[in-house]
Ligand binder design. Sequence first.
Ligand code: NDP
Ligand code: 2IT
Length: 444
Amino acid sequence: MNAQQVLENLQRRFPNEPEYHQAVEEVLSTIEEEYNKHPEFEKANLIERLCIPDRVYQFRVNWMDDKGNIRTNMGYRIQHNNAIGPYKGGLRFHSSVNLSILKFLAFEQTFKNSLTTLPMGGAKGGSDFSPRGKSSAEVMRFCQAFMLELWRHIGPDRDVPAGDIGVGGREIGYLYGTYKKLTHEFSGILTGKGLEYGGSLIRPEATGYGNIYFLMEMLKTKGTDLKGKTCLVSGSGNVAQYTIEKVIELGGKVVTCSDSDGYIYDPDGIDRAKLDYIMELKNLYRGRIREYAEQYGCKYVEGARPWGEKGDIALPSATQNEINEADAKQLIANGVMAVSEGANMPSTPEAIQVFQQAKILYAPGKAANAGGVSVSGLEMTQNSIRLSWTMAEVDEKLKSIMKSIHEACVKYGTESDGYVNYVRGANVAGFMKVAKAMMAQGTI
Ligand code: NDP
Ligand code: 2IT
């Protein structure tokens, strides 16, 4: 079967899963040339095997809210591919979660994890439970109920979940406590754990920092860096916060951030004190980004995304498909020179085309945001050897991983005119490692 036939089969077999189709189509359209060089791949029906998850768990989660009502949510874990290591990937708790979204994320994770140079397969999971507006006691009861189902499918050498949207340190703690209670074992089962019980330094920072390390590598190819550059960030959660922190540290200025209700525009830039305010607002009080505009007297735009503002660099760090074709055109018209994705699949296929046609630096999430799962991999290593590395050690390893991902993208993605197609580079590099491992292990 060629790539087109595989895609058509997927669309027929799994209708109504548009995000999953979108992610598969993007990868298949860029690896076909490389794939065709290996007739043994086609004989082994490799692409189809790589596109369909190994298995999908789906379960009902019941929990009690503070008023005593019994509530129902759906829980999922997609174990996509474990050719190069145990299944690994985050858990997302958000009202929009469904099979299509988690299947796209697990598929992407497989290529991303392959790029990290560490031995991790791809997975994703989560629930349509939204922590927004819930008390901590409700979140705890939900996490306990969720783990009561999930625990039998995961394990330190089998499948190691972590955080994603709606799952941060608090949720990981509750999930970990429940797993420990159920198995009666203190094991390296989740990553993103607290430092006191097996977490790694730099894990909270890793995705944001890693994205900026990757961006710096891209900027270096143009002989420039972040100093004096204006950045547009979306989101105001884990990834956005540490993206902003690193941009400030390296001399750039961030003028926007957002949440699902709207965005703020601060022409003076978000400085350290303002970032501390955002961290407290979002991580402690769990408030809305609108309050930043009230606190600092700047513009707040309800129900919109920040892509209409003027900036040199865009760092989408909220969610999938948050930059459409019109947004991309607007960014280009406003002179954006680089887009580096902290979020997973934040740009639509049409938006990606706009960026690439304009020949700007454009890094897809599976390359640029791989720092998060990379430090998760380093957390697993530290758990295995029962040691903790210093902040400087982990940060150095993160930097060198991001650099090697950039090198892989340049190696596999440089086109005849010298333009680096980071999408092609990341997909081909990620694909080849998994493909070779699958071939070596036979048709199981
Ligand atoms: P958080 O839950 O910490 O923050 C998510 C942010 O994005 C919040 O500001 C949230 O707003 C906003 N957001 C979420 N959904 C939507 C939506 N549908 N429309 C508009 N805004 C939205 O999650 P993370 O920062 O961890 O994740 C952000 C992105 O980064 C995701 O795409 C995730 O997959 C990706 N990522 C995360 C990694 C990690 O280690 N955490 C690693 C690699 C990628 P609100 O508060 O209103 O919900
Ligand atoms: O999308 C991602 O890479 C994550 N949410 C992090 C996954 C992980 O296992 O750390």
